[in-house]
Ligand binder design. Structure first.
Ligand code: UDX
Length: 489
């Protein structure tokens, strides 16, 4: 293992521990870059498999576990991951959380002890809110633990109050309360009333014997044991009260949208291609296709990194997009379709060749910021939602699981930048092509779409203001960095 170079020796040193999943790695890497740009040394913890997928290097090179990046002071520490379940997808998620809670701690502690000895000494651990092992590790190393919520404040408050929701009978969430809610959840501090369906999908009654249900309840107990709390939202979007509600006596601050500061600075300050975090190869060619499209004419379609779709649903979506007669760019991840990969009709590509483009994985931030963007059909993962909001792109929400239902409803009802497609599903959960066609036309061509686009433009302005010097998130980051500096003295 390499020793710290002399330019790092006197820097505050933050160990960043993301959950090994795409959305979580992206958010924490963006925030790491922000901290690094302010003179903090970052050690970013990944697992071996993820590191390999991100950097696409042979195994031997990865085992040289420490890398410094030109002037950025971000280095990577790789944890062996033979105790973590292999393969992605929804079915493994409970096993992954269980392993992260129960198996990783001792190995992480050993690794970080070494990092600490080699110096500079660790100032604090900045942990994804869903990585409970870091609590024990931070206590053993006697360093503070900062909890980073990669979700909106409302979803984070709900998760942090899981015990309260259990005691009030809202968790497990009953199927009839999801279908026909008779009462609102008004007991959560600082946030607007929630519907039962807004709670994390893992808390539904039908899942109450699943590993994921129990790991989430356990996580919620640990999430409240922190020295400082940060959340990937901005005050102008969710209000300070919802952010303060995440505090149990320690500071809680909104520091988002975490990608935006870096993005606004363009290619100049950060070598983006050196620290990329996509687990799939990004199709850069699609930017050329976008160049040929008229302003605000293209619908971007993507469902993040975990969503699975049935073959039948993919076929309906394909027909709906085609039938809408709007230009579209659709990300079909290699593992999006359950079972068979060849879900699209044989001549589909030929039929849509003048209308649409299909890619495996897109450079989403670049795509959303392109002037041709007119709308985003999304699963409402929090990263996609806040990225769309910050780029002024209105959404059609089609949530799949987790807290995405809350993100979708808030986008529609509170922030007024979204429509809902999931509510059009039949009793088997299938949304047919006619409904898809209608909602796409409405967003791209209708009056409602125009209104949402205006609202999205206003929120974009607010997001940009928040991350610029003097803005709410920028100021909060200054306060946090100051605190880290004081800790390291
Ligand atoms: C998961 C959960 O599903 C989500 O509910 C939770 O809010 C965060 O963790 P994921 O499903 O991957 O995340 O969705 P999302 O949060 O939207 O993150 C996806 C990330 O991948 C985004 O940062 C997006 O920019 C990026 N992406 C996605 C690409 O870079 N290219 C693509 O083609 C698709």
């Amino acid at each position: 293992m390499a020793m710290a170079d002399s330019s790092c020796l006197h820097r505050p040193h933050v160990v960043v521990v993301p959950l090994p999943a795409q959305g979580h790695i992206n958010a924490l890497m963006h925030f790491s870059k922000t901290l690094a740009a302010r003179g903090i040394l970052i050690t970013f913890l990944t697992t071996e498999r993820l590191h390999h997928r991100i950097f696409r290097r042979p195994h031997q090179e990865i085992s040289a576990t420490l890398q410094d990046h030109h002037g950025l002071h971000i280095r990577f520490q790789v944890m062996p991951d033979d105790m973590l379940p292999d393969g992605g997808g929804a079915t493994k998620i409970g096993e992954l959380f269980e392993a992260l809670q129960n198996k990783v701690g001792p190995m992480m502690e050993q690794l970080l002890r070494k990092v600490n000895e080699e110096g500079p000494p660790i100032t604090c651990i900045l942990s994804d809110s869903f990585f409970a092992s870091t609590h024990q590790v931070a206590s053993s190393l006697k360093v503070p633990r900062v909890v980073f919520w990669p979700y909106c404040a409302a979803a984070s408050v709900a998760q942090a109050n899981t015990q309260l929701l259990i005691s009030q009978g809202f968790i497990p969430v009953k199927a009839e309360d999801v279908k026909n809610p008779t009462k609102l959840i008004t007991c959560l501090p600082g946030i607007p009333p929630l519907l039962p369906k807004d709670l994390r999908s893992f808390y539904q009654e039908k899942c109450s014997s699943d590993l994921m249900f129990h790991t989430q309840v356990y996580e919620s107990e640990i999430q409240n044991k922190a020295d400082w709390v940060l959340v990937n939202t901005f005050e102008e979007l969710e209000g300070t009260e919802s952010i303060q509600a995440l505090s149990k006596g320690y500071p809680a601050q909104a520091v988002g949208p975490v990608f935006l500061g870096e993005f606004l600075q363009g290619e100049h300050s950060f070598p983006k291609d050196i620290i990329r975090t996509s687990l799939w190869e990004e199709n850069e060619e699609c930017m050329r296709w976008l160049e040929k499209q008229a302003p605000t004419s293209v619908l971007y379609v993507s469902f993040g990194s975990y969503t699975l779709m049935s073959r039948e649903q993919v076929q309906e979506l394909a027909l709906g997009l085609e039938g809408s007669e709007q230009p579209f760019m659709w990300v079909i991840r290699p593992d999006l379709v359950e079972g068979e990969c060849s879900a699209l009709p044989g001549d589909y590509l030929h039929r849509i060749k003048d209308q649409g483009l299909l890619v495996n994985w897109a450079p989403q931030l670049k795509v959303l910021s392109h002037p041709s963007m007119g709308g985003f059909l999304t699963h409402n993962g929090w990263n996609s939602t806040i990225e769309s909001i910050s780029m002024g792109v209105p959404m059609i929400g089609w949530p799949y699981w987790s807290e995405q239902f809350l993100n979708c409803r808030f986008s529609r009802e509170m922030w007024k930048v979204g429509m809902d497609l999931e509510c059009k599903a039949d009793e088997n959960g299938l949304v047919n092509s006619v409904e898809i066609e209608k909602v796409v036309r409405n967003l791209m061509q209708g009056n409602e779409g125009r209104e949402l686009r205006k609202n999205a433009a206003n929120l974009k302005e607010a997001a940009i203001k928040a991350v610029m010097p003097g803005g709410s998130s920028h100021t909060n980051i200054d306060t946090f960095v100051e605190h880290i500096r004081n800790l390291s003295q």
